[in-house]
Ligand binder design. Structure first.
Ligand code: SF4
Ligand code: SF4
Length: 94
């Protein structure tokens, strides 16, 4: 089990989810964020923080989004630990 970021996050990236994750398992791709399923502890903290309801459990998510979160090339330079570090979203400050 893990939580999954789905389609509503695309080009949204508010980043509120990042600030509450106790294990910092959100990573940033070109147009959305992803949850590393190997690190997520299913605490549910991020779910109510997302303004567009993009985050669900993997059993609730469509298989394509489970796969996208699973196959994202997770690397430390993509890990986000603060919403202020999320780029290109509406909260991005130049
Ligand atoms: S709160 Fe997180 S999951 Fe929701 S849209 Fe923003 S970046 Fe994506
Ligand atoms: S469920 Fe918890 S551990 Fe998993 S991504 Fe959300 S805040 Fe992080």
């Amino acid at each position: 089990m893990a939580h999954v970021v789905g389609e509503p996050c695309v080009k949204c990236k508010y980043g509120d989810c990042v600030d509450v994750c106790p294990v910092n398992c959100f990573y940033e791709g070109d147009d959305m964020l992803y949850i590393n399923p190997d690190e997520c502890i299913d605490c549910d903290a991020c779910v109510p923080e997302c303004p567009v309801n993009a985050i669900t459990t993997d059993s609730e998510a469509k298989p394509e989004w489970v796969e996208k979160n699973k196959s994202f090339p997770y690397a430390e330079d993509k890990r986000r630990t603060s919403k202020n570090d999320v780029t290109h979203g509406p909260n991005h400050k130049a």
